[in-house]
Ligand binder design. Structure first.
Ligand SMILES: Cc1ncc(COP(=O)(O)O)c(C=O)c1O
Length: 425
């Protein structure tokens, strides 16, 4: 079938707009699960796996391998320490939790009790899901600055909560709308879910914005769920404004952190939660029911990662500096390539993470349709903006986690395709 024919048949099979392209038989499936979907971020690679030679600006996976100071330590432990193949203590290995507490002290200046205020999760994703399941009752509202990470929506819906989308201000670099957040609070509001730096927009909070969110939460008696999976990856010199560093917020903050991005460990599935002890106690019930413990082998890796990182030129520190510099170069490259396509995309320069979320300039093109055409006709993987909440439509997400060669190759293909397609599509 021709590329055009494949686009047409995938578009006509509307299931791609709902879930991973499978026909859905929802009889006898719980409403809770029937009501959620696999995010577009994960759908596109599934479709792309059938397109030979496609180059990815899609899923957020850095091109770098997990560094040797992690892998070598795990290999050694696999040979010498039989504990690595067994369940760990359910809240996580004590020595890892100790290291996490040191890390939070060093990076946020906060004193954390490793025994009661931390648990080690299966990626930050499980920490976020656990937080939401623990806090949100049926009908509770969670404010979500949006466009937002797709899985946050599904997690709230799974808990039978109501995501209340508060649009980010696109023309001001996807700035958070503090007045809009305050206006959106109702008696049913339970929490504000803040991703910082943000996926998919690449926006990052300033210290004043973080403080204003904290003040709103305190004034209106709300929890703040902070997704800080990209905390190390802020490009402007003032750095990351962590909500976890605001001491007044401590009793109402649930923060999720990740080893996935900072140490290129996306497949290891290890992250952690920092929260008040009475919340951790409750979340651990969910963790026990769904996961028992984070993978022990990955906890060994996480421990090695943190032990190599001391804030003073340790191997881990040097790795992170190189990673951030490389991603910053890729950010500039990506923005430069987008500048050459003004009749197709307009964009706000990302300040954090490794995503850019351009607006689709030609009117009336649905983001899923554009993503499918890019996939089947240009052989470039992207993620449609419609997967990132209601304000995501009309945009497309590109990741610049890939190598410079991949980024150049992808944009060469898009340019060639756009000139052939006559842009007006
Ligand atoms: C904003 C955000 N939060 C959480 C996650 C999940 O990260 P982890 O691998 O730690 O589960 C991702 C992954 O891409 C993400 O982009």
């Amino acid at each position: 079938m021709s590329a055009r024919g494949r686009v047409k048949s995938v578009m006509e099979d509307r299931s791609v707009y709902k879930s991973v392209g499978r026909a859905e038989d929802l009889s006898r499936i719980s409403k809770r699960v029937a009501g959620i979907t696999v995010s577009a971020i994960k759908q596109m690679p599934v479709l792309a796996s059938k397109v030979a030679g496609a180059v990815s600006l899609g899923q957020g996976i850095p091109s770098f391998a997990t560094p040797p100071f992690v892998t070598e330590a795990v290999i050694r432990a696999l040979r010498e320490d039989e504990g690595i193949g067994k369940y760990s203590l359910q809240p996580g290995m004590p020595e890892l939790k100790e290291e996490i507490a040191h890390h939070l002290k060093r990076t946020r200046g906060i004193s954390v009790d490793p025994e009661t205020e931390i648990f080690v999760s299966c990626g930050s994703m499980e920490a976020l899901a656990g937080a939401i399941c623990t806090l949100v009752e049926r009908g509770d509202e969670v404010l979500v600055p949006s466009p937002n990470y797709a899985s946050h929506i599904e997690q709230i819906l799974f808990a039978e909560g109501v995501p209340v989308f508060v649009p980010l201000i696109e023309e001001e670099g996807w700035r958070i709308d503090l007045a809009g957040l305050a206006r959106a609070v109702t008696p049913r509001t339970k929490a504000i879910l803040v991703c910082n730096p943000m996926n998919p927009t690449g926006a990052a909070l300033t210290c004043d914005e973080a403080r204003a969110i904290a003040e709103l939460a305190i004034e209106r008696d709300l929890f703040v769920i902070a997704d800080e999976a990209y905390d190390f990856l802020v490009y402007h010199p003032s750095g990351h404004a962590s909500l976890a560093a605001i001491s007044e917020l401590k009793s109402r903050l649930i923060a999720a952190f990740s080893f996935s991005k900072m140490y290129c460990m996306t497949g290891w599935r290890v992250g952690y939660m920092y929260a008040p002890s009475h919340v951790i106690d409750q979340v651990l019930k969910v963790h026990d029911a769904f996961a028992i413990c984070a993978p022990t082998v990955s906890q060994y890796g996480a421990l090695a990662a943190l032990r190599a990182t001391n804030g003073r030129d340790g191997e881990g520190d040097r790795f992170i500096v190189r990673l951030v510099a490389a991603l910053d170069d890729r950010r500039h490259l990506t923005c430069g390539r987008l500048d050459r396509l003004p009749s197709l995309f307009s964009y706000q320069k990302p300040q954090g993470a490794y995503y850019v979320f351009p607006r689709i300039v030609p009117a009336g093109i649905k983001s899923m349709d554009l993503s499918l055409r890019l996939l089947y006709e240009a052989k470039v993987i992207s993620v449609p903006g419609s997967g990132f909440g209601p304000t995501g439509e009309g945009h497309i997400r590109f990741s610049f986690g890939g190598t410079e060669e991949e980024i150049d190759d992808a944009f060469d293909r898009i340019e060639e395709w756009a000139s052939g397609a006559g842009i007006g599509l």
